[in-house]
Ligand binder design. Sequence first.
Ligand code: ADP
Ligand code: MG
Length: 246
Amino acid sequence: MITIIVVASLMARTIKKTINFEKNSARQEKFSVLGELSSRIVHDLRNPLTIIKTTNDLLRIHNSDPDEKTIRLLDAQDKAFSQMTSRIDEILDFVRIDKTKTKKTNITDSMKYLLGSLPIPEQVSIKSDLEDIMIDCNPEQIETVFANLIQNAIQAMNLKGKLTVNINSKDKLAQIQISDTGEGIPEGKLEEIFTPLYTTKKTGTGLGLTSCKSIVESHGGKIFAKNNPDYGVTFTVELPLKNNKN
Ligand SMILES: Nc1ncnc2c1ncn2[C@@H]1O[C@H](COP(=O)(O)OP(=O)(O)O)[C@@H](O)[C@H]1O
Ligand SMILES: [Mg+2]
């Protein structure tokens, strides 16, 4: 009798697993179709958007003495254009994870370059402690990770606060930490923030951290977030250091 019950429960578990597996693979297929579809739509949106932007620039050139209202309207169009392009970039970053192009990279230089070129508001002060670190990576993707984390930090601080960036090496790992003095993250959400489409922002895509996680993991690394004891969050990225024998 006991044997029958055990066998039945094992069978039930196997059937449940098979159903779950089928559900999961159907879900994965759906996601990959959606990924392809959105990447195509987003690509197709680029051309008309560039035309809108160029037309706006031409309108400014042809109207050498615009009144205040015209300037406001042109500025509003420019702002909408940059919002749309940054959303498009986020979606493309999410869809396109290309693992092949790795090269020996000084990630400290990448971080310095980003800190110098990103539009960081004046009320955000930057404190950085950057040791020179080399790793094998796709530099554009790693810059995407850093840029996403910096952008989130600035947004979380409502455009003012202290951004701290540290890069150092620890146990064969490069450790990158980006810390802010913003609102922090509810303890129960510290893992969910990395899942696709999770956002608490009115105009967020909820794809930034998902892209960061897939990029970091495809480089054999880890990414996690922890609330600071006082204010804000620290995001830690750990990546394998460049193997000197290569
Ligand atoms: N530095 C941060 N401080 C507080 N919350 C954050 C921070 N970074 C990310 N988050 C939370 O994680 C969510 C997901 O981030 P992300 O994947 O980049 O998407 P998005 O920025 O489009 O919302 C954000 O909406 C926010 O709730
Ligand atoms: Mg983001």
